[in-house]
Ligand binder design. Structure first.
Ligand code: SAM
Length: 309
């Protein structure tokens, strides 16, 4: 009996159906935005790079040829076998990996994913995608996410039809094919920023670009990890644990919501937290020892803390 497959695995069918006809679905033209970001953020050939969802290997082959140290991954065994046979001398650079469930022991300086996120329709899957990036990035690493869309419109396909055969025109030959429909969720920038931030990633830059001929209109975002709470003044292991339990996992998140909101959230789980904790949070945000806060600030915090009693 065949195991139940997830809707986002439908590209495996599409690759099989297209390759049977001795065709390739995507072009061999690499995405310019990947090169641009590599140059701009000075990603060197010695740094560790991983591609999520490399497909038939447009970008991977380009970077491997240029001498970058790349691991190119995809959930589709058909795609990975295809890449290996096209690039036999670098077969070890390609690997089947489901970024939603698999993890690697090494971390990466640069992660990129071109036209993968839009395939993930369910919020739960999109969270898993961002988590992979968060967990596999080095402390100072960056990730480039390219996803179909113009940054304004939003739409979703019905995931129950992802494997259904649909008529599609083959871009390079004009041939009419009947292939798996796959899935697509287009979000706007507001959603993309919110998703990144909820998963502890900061967007450093974003925009709309074109990856011709495969993806004429694409949003891109360069993200990095929000920094660790423990790097903040007054935050020791205990307070970090409380903050994390209350859903505040990073320094950026704490700064974003402020000391009052963080205090309220912690208090709902730990009713015994007191003024000293609130002062510690305020000090962490303003980078001051909690007992060195100006008198007027201490007074304001005391009033707030008393109001919650
Ligand atoms: C639209 S294609 C883009 C392929 C390639 N990046 C390109 O631009 O030519 C999306 C790719 O994401 C892969 N993919 C979908 N879900 C995935 C997952 N959970 N983990 C890894 N790859 C995935 C698909 O198999 C497919 O090859």
């Amino acid at each position: 009996m065949q195991e139940k497959r997830e809707y986002y695995e439908a590209y495996d069918d599409r690759y099989k159906q297209v390759h049977e006809k001795q065709l390739q679905w995507f072009s061999n033209i690499n995405s310019q935005i990947v090169d641009e970001i590599i140059n701009k953020y000075e990603i060197t050939k010695e740094m560790k790079i991983i591609e999520i969802g490399c497909g038939e290997g447009r970008d991977a082959q380009h970077l491997i040829k240029k001498g970058y140290s790349l691991l190119a991954t995809d959930i589709s065994p058909t795609a990975i076998n295809y890449c290996k046979s096209n690039c036999p001398e670098h077969a070890n650079s390609f690997m089947v990996l489901n970024c939603l469930t698999d993890r690697l022991s090494s971390k990466f300086d640069f992660i990129y994913a071109v036209a993968v996120l839009h395939m993930l329709v369910l919020d739960s899957n999109r969270i898993q995608f961002y988590r992979f990036i968060y967990e596999q990035l080095n402390e100072n690493g960056i990730a480039l996410i390219c996803t179909i869309g113009d940054g304004k419109k939003q739409s979703s396909t019905d995931i129950s039809t992802a494997f259904d055969l649909q008529p599609r025109t083959h871009e390079q030959t004009g041939e009419e094919l009947c292939i798996a429909g796959t899935s697509c969720r287009i979000v706007n920038f507001e959603t993309l920023y919110r998703e990144a931030s909820e998963n502890n990633l900061t967007v450093i830059e974003s925009g709309v670009t074109s990856i011709k001929p495969d993806f004429p209109v694409v949003m891109f975002a360069v993200v990095k990890r929000m920094n660790d709470l423990i790097s903040m003044r007054n935050i020791g292991k205990e307070l970090k644990k409380k903050l994390q339990y209350a859903g505040i996992a990073t320094a950026d998140k704490l700064k974003q919501i402020g000391s009052y909101e963080a205090f309220i959230r912690i208090k709902s789980h730990y009713p015994n937290v007191c003024l000293v904790h609130l002062m510690a949070l305020e000090g962490a945000i303003s980078d001051m020892e909690y007992n060195q806060l100006p008198d007027d600030v201490q007074e304001r915090l005391k009033k707030f803390s008393d109001s919650l009693k």
